[in-house]
Design a protein around this ligand. Structure first.
Ligand SMILES: [Ca+2]
Ligand SMILES: [Ca+2]
Length: 248
């Protein structure tokens, strides 16, 4: 995180030197949105950015983000997608789909749904089979990020919380973009979180899109960050850029 912030600060300084007096802004996606916020805050006192465009910024503590990604979201997804009769049980036809797709998030830990079926009756209880399995999976993920990815994890944990990050950006107008079907960042939190910006220009919510600002893809509708943002999102972003950087 620190390197990314330094890198962005240095890049902006080069642009300042080469194009003095020009308007300057940053677009950041996901973790990049946090980097952008840090950079904007660092420049607030001396050379405030003219605009900030934050795409799906994580607004929770990082441990909460992990909980959302590996516990809350997949459990909700299983409930909504597979428990069609809403009886709290994935049975028969409802679990058969999991033979093809595996379990959202837990599959990457090598967990097969049959191993969670304690009474081996071909049905999974959301409360007694799946909730504890996702809780255990989350612990494994946390252990993983806290060991093999420890420097990165520590650098994210060392960030101030989101309200403080947001309020440290003094004057720069902020555009905030969030997909409401985002499996990585809880879109429901975006409206309250954006209230922390001193100068919120616009909060743009996209009800049908996930973290990559595109419809969900993949067997579980999981993350799609490498694809192309949808045209509706790009057009909005381009419009906001044009409005922010229009010559006076
Ligand atoms: Ca059911
Ligand atoms: Ca069972």
């Amino acid at each position: 995180m620190d390197y990314l912030v330094k890198d962005a600060v240095a890049a902006l300084e080069v642009i300042d030197l080469r194009f003095p007096g020009r308007k300057l802004g940053l677009i950041g996606h996901s973790e990049g949105a946090l980097v952008s916020l840090r950079v904007a805050a660092l420049r607030s006192g001396t050379a405030p950015l003219d605009a900030l465009f934050l795409l799906a910024p994580p607004t929770q503590d990082f441990d909460e983000v992990l909980k959302y990604q590996f516990h809350d979201y997949p459990l909700r997804f299983l409930r909504e997608k597979y428990d069609q009769n809403r009886d709290g049980l994935l049975s028969g036809d409802e679990t058969s789909a999991l033979n093809e797709t595996g379990l959202p998030a837990l599959s990457i830990l090598g967990v097969n749904w049959r191993s969670l079926d304690q009474d081996q009756d071909g049905a999974l209880s959301l409360e007694t089979d799946l909730v504890p399995a996702y809780a255990a999976g989350l612990l494994q993920i946390k252990e993983l990020v806290n060991t093999t990815m420890k420097p990165w994890y520590d650098s994210i944990k060392a960030l101030p919380d989101f309200p403080e990050l947001a309020q440290a950006v003094k004057n720069t107008p902020v555009h905030d973009y969030q997909g409401l079907k985002d499996p990585q960042v809880d879109g429901a939190l975006a409206p309250a979180a954006s209230n922390n910006f001193r100068n919120l220009k616009a909060l743009r919510l996209f009800p049908e899109y996930g973290h990559g600002f595109a419809p969900l893809e993949g067997v579980h509708g999981e993350v799609k960050t490498s694809g192309r943002f949808q045209d509706t999102v790009l057009k909005q972003l381009v419009q906001d850029l044009a409005d922010s950087f229009r010559p006076v």
